[in-house]
Each structure stands twice: as C-alpha cells, then as structure tokens.
Design a protein around this ligand. Structure first.
Ligand SMILES: *[C@@H]1O[C@H](CO)[C@@H](O)[C@H](O)[C@H]1NC(C)=O
Ligand SMILES: *[C@@H]1O[C@H](CO)[C@@H](O)[C@H](O)[C@H]1NC(C)=O
Ligand SMILES: *[C@@H]1O[C@H](CO)[C@@H](O)[C@H](O)[C@H]1NC(C)=O
Length: 366
C-alpha cells in the first residue's frame, strides 16, 4: 500500500500524464452555450458577426433623439455620460455586452423585449463600458432554442473619455500568462481609437514596438504577442498619446508558463496515516496546474454530516525556474479527536475546467 502511494506521488510530482493511481474523468466537451432568453450574456461560439452598414444590413441600431435611428457599424464612438439605447429587430433576441456589466450586476443596464424588437438601455455609460455589444436572433424549435449565427450583429463601442484613455480595469496589477502555443494579450484597450499606444517594459526600461508581425496592437484587444517566449517576461505598461497629456495604463506582469492542460494532477496524503482514537489527522489534497486555472475541491469522508471537520483551501504560485510558473492548489481537511466513525476512506475530488480527478486515502486504526 505504502509503495503504491509513494510511487503515485512520485509520478504526480514528475507531472506525468497517466498515473495509474488516478481515476481521470474528462468532462464532456461543453461546447454548447445555452441561450438564456431575456438577453443574458452568452459566450460566443464561433462568432461570424455581420457588421453593420454593409450589405448584411445590421439589425442593430442606436436610437437617437427625435426617434431617429442609426444603424451601427463595426465600431462606434460615443460620449460617456449620455444614456445609450440600442435596438435589435426581432421578437426573440439575445444580447452580449462587456462582462464587466454582469460582474458588478450593474443596474444601469436593462434589456426589454417587445413583439417587434429588443431594447438595451445603458444609463450613464463610462469609459469602463467600452467593448463589444452584440445582438442575435434566437431561433426556437419547441423548447430547444439556438442562436442564429447568420443573424448576429455587433458593434464595438468606444466611450471616448479624454481623462481615461485606457479602459479602466478593476484590477490594478494584472497577470498575463504567456504560453508557447498561443498568442498572449496585454489587455490595454483604449477608449479613443485614434490614440497612439506603445508598450513598455519597466526593467530594463525598453519600448516594445508594434511591427505587425510578432507584436501587434488592436485598440479593441490590446497588444498581441504572437509567439510568447520566456524573454517576454517582466512588468509592462502601455502608454497612450492623443492631443492631450500622455497617459499610462495599469501594470501587467507577464509570466511564462508551460504546463499541459488537462484534468488536475492530484496527490492526496494523510498525516498520520494510522492513528488512534483521540488523535488529530490532516488529510491534504494537492493539485499542480496552470496559474490561471481554478481548482475546486469536494471531500467525501466517513464521518460526513455527523462529525465536524475543518477544511482549509488555498493556492499559491511557485516559480519552477526557467521562467515557468505552476499553481499549487491545496485543500487540507483536519479531523480533531478521531472517533471510531472517522476511520476509513477520505476521498478528494479535484475539478478544473478540463475535467476532474478523484483520489482516495485510507486512514487506518493503529
Ligand atoms: C443583482 O441585482 C438584482 C437587482 O438589483 C438583485 O435582485 C440580485 O440579487 C443581484 N444579484 C447578485 C448576484 O448580486
Ligand atoms: C518585431 O518586434 C519584435 C519584438 O520587439 C522583434 O522580436 C521582431 O524581430 C520584430 N520583427 C520585425 C520584422 O521587425
Ligand atoms: C495539521 O495541520 C495544521 C496546520 O498546518 C498543523 O498546525 C497541525 O500540526 C497538523 N496536524 C498534524 C497531526 O499533522
């Protein structure tokens, strides 16, 4: 039994994929993003949005005063502070808007559906509301509803604010993870598409110039690094210049990571493994993974619902050298004053967005 555990731990710490000691269940790919009528935010699958103006005839319009309508093109610049009313034709319409508005459960946003159109109203918009606003026709067959990708319309709306050239972020120091296999984005978006934006490293002080190949700037996304490498690590900020004083963005910590994505790598240990009545026992479930992948833990244990236990869950980032970073997530279950019913199997189920892993350890009576 003991060798089995040691072997398993060794395998885990080596971060090998297929330890026989783990039951790995890959969650079925959840590709379908259910549409929730009523216009809640829905993640876009393969958005092929039609931009307004052109022959696609966008159904997305802005209501101007005196009942005039403006068909919205792919980008729109509006003035902050002035209420915005958008409409989309159809009797069953879905909407998406910057996630920021959902995160703060913002009452400034309201959506109403009538028989002919759906209406999105955003009161007192500010620079922070800059982003993609999109609407689409929902097609229903009985109770099964789907987004009609051919009738999806979007406009990126800039709320141009000379005091906030950068779209304000709730986070003052953001971490950007660099992976060898995908482009990385330093998300310094601007509120004025005319602003000239540059990317700067703090130490050593250096300007990284956008050159349309490896580094590009997109005002709706930020700086895109096509092939992130360990040497792109460091603390960066963006600088924007218009006719007024230049402004700098929040800071971004760029970290290079190289961890395969998959269900969590879990190790479970109990200390002590064999205990006596009255002892205290710690059972520790540890997951190594990518820095930005959240892990949740679910415990099952013999005294469940009958005995009090303490569960302490935490995570930290560990630099593994060579610029690689790993996240160590841990959940520690503590049983104090062991009783007969506490002996037996302790099961830790660790879950991330890619799947779940279940590991078991048995606490035996001495
Ligand atoms: C969001 O706001 C609504 C209305 O103000 C409230 O009923 C609801 O509980 C809030 N939800 C969250 C998650 O804060
Ligand atoms: C573009 O910029 C990157 C980063 O500054 C640099 O490594 C690369 O050589 C540049 N490419 C060209 C074609 O100038
Ligand atoms: C269990 O963990 C706590 C917190 O780390 C520690 O104080 C305690 O000594 C541990 N108990 C045993 C039996 O290892």
């Amino acid at each position: 039994m003991k060798t089995w555990v040691v072997l398993c731990l060794a395998l885990l710490w080596l971060e090998l994929h297929n330890g026989d000691c783990q039951q790995i269940k890959r969650r079925k790919d959840v590709g379908d993003n259910r549409i929730r009528p009523g216009g809640k935010r829905v993640k876009l699958r393969q958005p092929r949005p039609k931009d307004g103006g052109g022959k696609g005839q966008s159904l997305l319009t802005q209501v101007l005063d005196k009942g005039r309508f403006l068909r919205l093109g792919p980008t729109t610049s509006l003035t902050p502070g002035r209420n915005v009313e958008l409409r989309c034709k159809g009797n069953n319409i879905g909407w998406s808007y910057p996630t920021y508005l959902d995160t703060f459960n913002d009452s400034r946003l309201s959506i109403k559906q009538s028989d002919k159109y759906s209406q999105l109203i955003l009161t007192s918009p500010s620079a922070a509301d800059t982003g993609t606003y999109s609407c689409w026709v929902i097609v229903c067959d009985g109770t099964e509803c789907e987004k009609d990708y051919d009738r999806t319309y979007m406009s990126y709306i800039y709320f141009t604010d000379k005091d906030n050239l950068f779209v304000p972020s709730a986070i003052h120091f953001e971490i950007v993870y660099l992976r060898p296999d995908s482009p990385a984005v330093v998300p310094c978006r601007v509120t004025d598409p005319q602003a000239k934006v540059t990317l700067h490293r703090e130490v050593p002080a250096e300007e990284i110039t956008a050159n349309n190949t490896l580094v590009t700037y997109d005002p709706t996304k930020g700086f895109v690094l096509q092939s992130p490498a360990p040497e792109h690590q460091g603390v960066f900020y963006c600088k924007a210049v218009t006719k007024v004083t230049p402004q700098v963005s929040t800071k971004y910590q760029l970290l290079y990571v190289e961890v395969p994505s998959g269900p969590p790598f879990v190790s479970l240990s109990a200390f002590p493994r064999s205990a006596r009545g009255g002892d205290n026992v710690n059972v520790t479930c540890t997951v190594l993974g990518e820095p930005d992948v959240d892990v949740s833990f679910i415990w099952s244990y013999p005294g469940q619902d009958r005995r009090p236990v303490h569960i302490l869950t935490s995570w930290r980032l560990v630099n593994r050298g060579m610029g690689h970073t790993t996240r160590v997530s841990q959940s520690v279950l503590t049983v104090e004053d062991m009783e007969t019913i506490d002996f037996g199997n302790y099961i830790c189920k660790a879950k991330n967005q890619h799947g779940e892993t279940i590991v078991t350890v048995k606490i035996i009576s001495e």
